[in-house]
Design a protein around this ligand. Sequence first.
Ligand code: NAD
Ligand code: ZN
Ligand code: ZN
Length: 453
Amino acid sequence: MAQSISTIKLTHQIRHRAYNLKALEKNNIVEYVLGKGDFGFTVVTAGDECRRRQQQRLYIIIIFTSTQKTKARTTTMSGEVIQCKAAVAREAGKPLVIEEVEVAPPQKMEVRLKILFTSLCHTDVYFWEAKGQNPLFPRILGHEAGGIVESVGEGVTELKPGDKVLPVFTGECGECRHCKSEDSNMCDLLRINTDRGVMINDGKTRFSKDGQPIYHFLGTSTFSEYTVVHSGCVAKINPNAPLDKVCVLSCGISTGMGATLNVAKPKKGMSVAIFGLGAVGLAAAEGARIAGASRIIGIDLNASRANEAKKFGVSEFVNPKDHDKPIQEVIAAMTDGGVDRSVECTGNVKAMISAFECVHDGWGVAVLVGVPNKDDEFKTLPINFLNERTLKGTFFGNYKPRTDIPGVVEKYMKKELEVEKFITHHVGFSEINKAFDYMLKGESLRCIIRMDA
Ligand code: NAD
Ligand code: ZN
Ligand code: ZN
């Protein structure tokens, strides 16, 4: 919220109750009111409305019933169209434009979220550049974020207004063969679909401006103050979790860590090569460290990643630019024939091939995580497979978003997982294009975008 919360006054309290206005003044009303459930949500919505109308005061009448239940006599926006700010990608590679858009109410099995923090992942950049991907514009990008449920559509029973959530780009319907399988997170209904720009319920968008549709991205479109998401793509998390930190668990960090821990599964003492030391790759390195890898070899074309990577347990750094021969040969020479595991987090198909060819024969496993261009082809000699190397790939580190992500957030809450070191930059929503610059220049790991600034 741009407006300081101190201008929002709680008055007319029927039955006296002390409210800690200091906590509200921290300009963090959402954190403060969350514990108060629906009431908190109402204040948030009303506060926003107040700001929009540029009102200086908001009067909320609180009625405490004899059973101590709290009711606030203000209206929610549930069922109504919300007007809010969104960063719209109108053309490939052109700066996003902050615009007032309309966000329709959630339909069957959908929820409308108020996004509080979002961050930029390289997948957003690919679809914004649309060089190796299908162009679809105008579109609201963004898929790594944290927010609060504003309202729910018909049939939604597991989420309610006020719940603290992480939207996830791949969903979990809970019913299909994939959702019922322990091995897969590729839900039949809600698996990642990069080319779909509409909601699956009716094939339409929930975003519009002047009656013209604006397309969704990955079913999440978090570069908007409000967004509509299928309820199966929403992980309900600990209400005390700080969204400005755990938002990075809704894509990059969980993806990288899960790729190592859930898919590559190195045994203690094994060697692991990580290709690409952005946030996803460094999270994969973190996974290798947790698994007890003896050597973690980081490979990146960006020399400045070498120092940063040490904080994530990367014990050796290799820059392909420093070598004349293929990088898989360099790694094989360093490791007596190849690494035990490799995880590719670059999105570059040549690096994908190197990641496969650098694993040891007999037992080596390579895992692809980077998103390739749509026409990329992976070429290698079949003998590499016959020699008992394994190639795998994963979305979202094989985590099931609703089942597993609350537990990943708990790991952070118990200090078993650090996310702060992945967060290198912060910008306000109005400066969202800076986050793109930082990533394109290779300066940032994760840049947190604060929606109310
Ligand atoms: P990033 O841009 O922060 O990091 C990528 C790193 O790879 C950079 O440091 C870059 O210098 C390096 N790199 C690029 N080409 C290379 C090459 N040929 N050899 C060595 N290093 C190279 O991006 P990120 O946000 O960490 O994302 C990494 C990749 O993971 C992207 O392709 C992204 O789309 C993908 N991704 C996949 C999933 C999934 O579920 N599979 C989820 C999130 C992100
Ligand atoms: Zn992502
Ligand atoms: Zn499913």
